[in-house]
Design a protein around this ligand. Structure first.
Ligand SMILES: [Zn+2]
Length: 218
């Protein structure tokens, strides 16, 4: 099977779907609470603070201790010149824009830079859409992943749960060269999902392929 091939004949046997993945719960910061005098989970409050010092601005996302309501300010940026701030970000901060705040709250790498230790959750919302139906009877499934926010979810685990394939069956298909991740990588299926990643599965020899294909769509 040639995964690079985008021949029309190949595509006519391919069902192309998109899986959009959105985590349900924002990661929490595990930091020392000076009121509780121990490490606590701090939860994003959904509120930001913007502070101007001349032409330089600070912005924080406010977190609250899950136990005592103490606050912790997570820097979004600090001492940044107003000219170096994306005007859309500044506008979002001035208006407490929910989508912007949510994006910051779910940015786990950004949180790790300031909190050191974080608590993350694997619960996600998954939305499936058909991008291109197969012209004939499909024997090949191509899934395009769209991650609104970074997830720790493993590709193989999601495929197994959503397509009704055991993980050993996925491993057997992968060993036979019938499952591939694009871009390819060492143990790509065992790793966390990446935005814009694709998984192609050749189902030509699978007797239950219609059931598998129907689970791939909405
Ligand atoms: Zn506390």
């Amino acid at each position: 099977m040639d995964f690079q091939s985008e021949e029309p004949d190949d595509m006519s046997h391919t069902l192309l779907v998109q899986w959009t993945i959105v985590p349900k719960i924002a990661p929490r910061a595990l930091i020392a609470c000076n009121r509780c005098r121990t490490t606590r989970a701090f939860v994003p409050s959904g509120k930001t603070r913007l502070n101007a010092n001349g032409r330089r601005l600070d912005a924080w996302l406010i977190y609250r201790c899950s136990d005592c309501d103490n606050t912790w300010n997570r820097p979004i940026f600090e001492r940044r010149h107003v000219g170096d701030i994306d005007p859309a970000d500044l506008c979002a901060l001035q208006n407490n824009d929910e989508i912007f705040i949510e994006k910051v709250a779910f940015d786990i790498d950004g949180l790790r830079r300031h909190a050191g230790q974080v608590e993350e959750f694997s619960d996600v919302h998954l939305r499936k859409a058909i991008l291109q139906p197969a012209a004939g009877s499909p024997t090949r499934l191509e899934i395009l992943f769209d991650l609104a926010m970074k997830s720790s979810l493993r590709t193989e685990r999601l495929l197994s749960a959503e397509l009704g394939l055991s993980r050993s069956r996925i491993a057997t298909l992968a060993d036979a060269g019938r499952v591939a991740a694009i871009p390819p990588g060492r143990n790509a299926l065992q790793r966390a999902l990446k935005d814009e990643m694709r998984v192609v599965i050749d189902l030509a020899d699978e007797a239950d392929r219609n059931a598998i294909l129907s689970r791939a769509g909405p």
